[in-house]
Design a protein around this ligand. Structure first.
Ligand code: XMP
Length: 430
């Protein structure tokens, strides 16, 4: 690692991530570590130029006060304490520092060099990956989502043909998504890519299943089985690449941070398929992952994708999935995305998609009564997906989208706009 580092010791404040991000904005690398880090562990971290202790509301956990080892102050490394009673630090503040104050501590007191950028990060990671993997092989489930795509591009740069990517098309991908994975990774980046067409297999398993949780379990479970079958066909694989990113790690919770959600990834592989993990993005925030993707030359549509649930269009084709409604979701979603892009809304709205419920309504087409499906448009804004408000989409844009859906998507005679915030509605319908 070439970069200097500022270490934030986690005393339970929810602001730790904000501080880490602000320091990285100063182009100085920063990591959050548990408050009870041992001095051996602290010394083992490369190039630590400063330490920040941020107290805050969780300093007392389960009735027990938590504090750092007093030896932290004896390391010859400058310490900044925020809302934390100690006399032994270089700087003490009552509340979250202004950027200028933080900059003064990081750059002047700690003398940390501003050299954290994606070019250096990639160079470092390429070296680390090569050291970890040597001549051996890495397997990666490449869904085409932002994180797996960026990991793939980084691993291709580091180890080329020693990376084997498996892309499972479960039939619940958005329009042209699987094609785009093949185009970018196989044709342009010349990756060692195994494309698995599992469309019939997934749709067969899902036939007649209407319970949302059962649908999710089938999709997740089947994905692991397909991936496992491919892994067993290959020989000499020692590593599994994963698109774990920093929020996954932070949100899994340290002892002091509140548990937000459990960290999920391609877990669930059988015991006898043991791999060592390669997780080169695990210190990056989402926007840094995107910047890394851009630096690696991935196309913008791949890097700036909006969030897409693991079970894909499966949870947007409501109830028991049928092929005609799945096509209606896929086609209407493509129209929505195209029109949002034209209107510049793609950069403004956090998440937008269509769903097709499993009932029909009466309409009139070609002067005759018809009985067809309905498309519901949802467009929301949120900070953390825990709560959300609806986007007040311009009426003309909505009318244009509606006209196109009614003219171009088969089996649809009605379009609605979902006005519900979260809570009480969730962002997805299932
Ligand atoms: P909800 O519907 O719970 O969604 O308000 C919050 C955010 O999470 C996404 N989402 C998922 N992502 N696997 C995922 O990877 C899932 O099963 C899943 N379900 C919902 C959803 O798109 C929204 O951004």
């Amino acid at each position: 690692m070439k970069q200097d580092m500022i270490v934030i010791l986690d005393l339970g404040s929810t602001e730790n991530t904000v501080i880490a991000r602000q320091i990285r904005e100063l182009e100085v690398y920063s990591e959050i570590h548990p408050h009870d880090i041992t001095m051996e562990q602290l010394k083992a971290l490369p190039n630590v130029k400063g330490i920040i202790l941020n107290g805050g509301e969780n300093r007392v956990v389960d009735g027990m006060a938590v504090d750092v080892d007093p030896a932290v102050y004896e390391q010859g490394i400058p310490v900044l304490a925020i809302d934390h009673p100690t006399a032994k630090c270089e700087r003490r503040l009552e509340a979250m520092p202004e950027m200028a104050v933080l900059k003064d501590f990081v750059c002047n007191v700690c003398q940390a060099q501003a050299n954290w950028n994606m070019k250096n990060f990639i160079e470092d990671q390429v070296e680390l990956i090569r050291n970890q993997v040597g001549e051996r092989k890495v397997l990666l489930a490449l869904s085409g989502g932002v994180d797996s795509s960026v990991v793939a591009a980084l691993l291709i740069k580091a180890i080329g043909q020693q990376l084997i990517c498996v892309h499972v098309n479960h039939g619940l991908m958005r329009k042209n998504e699987s094609e785009s994975v093949v185009e970018v990774f196989k044709n342009q980046l010349h990756a060692n890519l195994i494309y698995v067409d599992a469309v019939e297999r997934f749709l067969g398993k899902l036939e007649g299943v209407s319970d949302p949780e059962k649908k999710r379990k089938i999709i997740g479970g089947e994905f692991i089985r397909v991936f496992e079958e491919e892994a067993r066909k290959l020989e000499g694989i020692d590593f599994l690449g994963q698109g774990t990113i920093y929020p996954d790690i932070i949100e899994s919770g340290t002892k002091t941070a509140k548990m937000v959600k459990s960290h999920h990834n391609v877990g669930g592989l059988p015991e006898d398929l043991k791999f060592e993990l390669v997780e080169p993005l695990k210190q990056l925030f989402k926007d840094e992952v995107r910047a890394c993707g851009v630096e690696l030359g991935l196309p913008p549509h791949m890097v700036y994708r909006q969030p897409f649930p693991g079970p894909g269009l499966g949870v947007r084709c409501l109830g028991a999935i049928t092929r005609d409604r799945l096509e209606a979701v896929r086609e209407s979603d493509a129209i929505l995305r195209e029109e949002f892009e034209k209107a510049g809304l793609d950069k403004q709205v956090w998440q937008y998609f269509t769903v097709v419920p499993d009932f029909k309504s009466v309409g009139v087409k070609n002067n005759a009564r018809c009985f067809d499906y309905m498309v519901i448009i949802r467009a929301i804004n949120t900070i953390d997906a825990m709560s959300a408000t609806i986007e007040r989409v311009d009426w003309d844009v909505l009318e244009r989208i509606t006209e196109r859906i009614l003219a171009e998507v088969e089996n649809v005679c009605r379009v609605c706009y979902d006005m519900s915030p979260k809570p009480p509605a969730t962002i997805e319908f299932e």
